[in-house]
Design a protein. Structure first.
Length: 359
């Protein structure tokens, strides 16, 4: 068992736009050297196929199996393309898969993607199914990247308390002060905005926050949404992508709807940050949502906010790097989650290993 390995992390997040890839040379503890990154977008038919199975707890009609086959096909292709362009050997793959269902209250989470087939077809050992073991240990199964965030913050020697915010489809934070790490999902990030823009314009994003910037926020509506019971729960806690699908703006204009949903994302982040033991010195933002100027400007007005890229991090691929880091931790039997990050009873490892050449 190698203590240090070149691990390719693969992440297809709740924005469902494609596959983030990041190659990390890491020991799963203190060492994490980025060796390269890439992105393979999903074509529209694959995006639609994934969207069609979101929220499915069971595969009653075979559609989830069809989606899983397609997701696996695209991950095999992604690894092949990455392999062609990198000068580095790939020792291991960390394969997150595509989340279609997440219900911590029922101890169920489902990430589709065939790790065994990915290992066979790429010829590289794969760590997959990162979340199930945490749930069996009483955890929420998410968020899973706090230990990687802690390693990055330590390496950068940032002043504590520090906070890393990831803005994907769902937003999550990791709050750190010395050895204390607290994490949770804060609420929606891009998911509601993307779905609104897709329905109104056919394009699943508000590029640069342009529509939101032109709109007017329906403040009473946002305040009403913030009364949702989720926001009263203490960390750790986690969400399904569609947890706030009832937050509708159908009666508003394109711009006002975008502004209102954007304000909801911002206020849910700030509400959670203010529930932490102390306000962080800085809010370091990663994920696709950091490209939305409306979100970033609104956050900056309330708390010092830093784009992760300014620290030399790769804000677009931090999650892919994180699952590379966690894959190496899994191989070494190290914890992937803590009671304060997911609610598991004790620090717990996780992940299953698929061998490239199984006996």
């Amino acid at each position: 068992m190698a203590k240090v390995a070149n691990v390719l992390g693969l992440m297809s997040g709740t924005s469902m736009d494609g596959i983030d890839m990041a190659l990390l040379r890491t020991d799963g503890e203190n060492m994490a050297e980025a060796l390269g990154a890439a992105f393979l977008p999903y074509p529209d038919d694959i995006k639609l196929l994934i969207r069609s199975v979101l929220g499915r707890a069971h595969d009653a009609d075979g559609s989830v199996t069809k989606a899983e086959q397609a997701v696996t096909d695209w991950h095999v292709m992604a690894v092949g393309k990455f392999h062609e362009t990198t000068l580095h050997e790939i020792d291991l793959i960390g394969f997150h898969g595509q989340t279609i269902f997440h219900d911590p209250a029922r101890k169920r989470t489902w990430q589709i993607g065939d790790g065994e087939r990915l290992a066979r077809e790429t010829g590289i050992d794969v760590i997959y199914d990162f979340r199930s073991n945490d749930m069996r240990a009483g955890g929420q199964g998410a968020p899973l990247l706090p230990l990687y965030h802690q390693a990055l913050v330590r390496a950068a020697k940032l002043e504590n308390p520090a906070c890393v915010l990831n803005l994907g489809g769902v937003a999550n934070i990791t709050w750190m002060d010395g050895e204390t790490v607290i994490a949770c999902d804060t609420g929606p990030a891009n998911a509601l905005i993307d779905d609104w823009m897709l329905a109104k314009t056919g394009v699943p994003m508000d590029k640069d926050g342009a529509a939101a910037t032109k709109g007017t926020v329906d403040v009473p509506r946002v305040l009403q949404w913030l009364q949702h019971p989720y926001f009263q729960l203490p960390a750790p806690k986690s969400l399904d992508r569609n947890a706030f699908h009832g937050c509708k703006v159908d009666d508003l204009s394109l711009e006002d709807g975008a502004a209102t949903l954007t304000a909801f994302t911002v206020e849910s982040v700030l509400k959670t940050v203010r529930q932490m033991p102390r306000l962080p010195k800085n809010l370091i933002v990663a994920g696709g949502g950091r490209h939305n100027a409306a979100i970033m400007n609104a956050l900056q007005k309330c708390i010092p906010t830093i784009d992760a890229d300014t620290l030399g991090w790769n804000g677009d691929n931090l999650e892919a790097e994180g699952f590379a880091y966690l894959a190496q931790r899994s191989v070494r039997g190290l914890p992937l989650s803590l009671p304060t990050t997911t609610g598991c009873k004790t620090p717990v490892t996780g992940g299953k290993k698929a061998l490239a050449h199984a006996a």
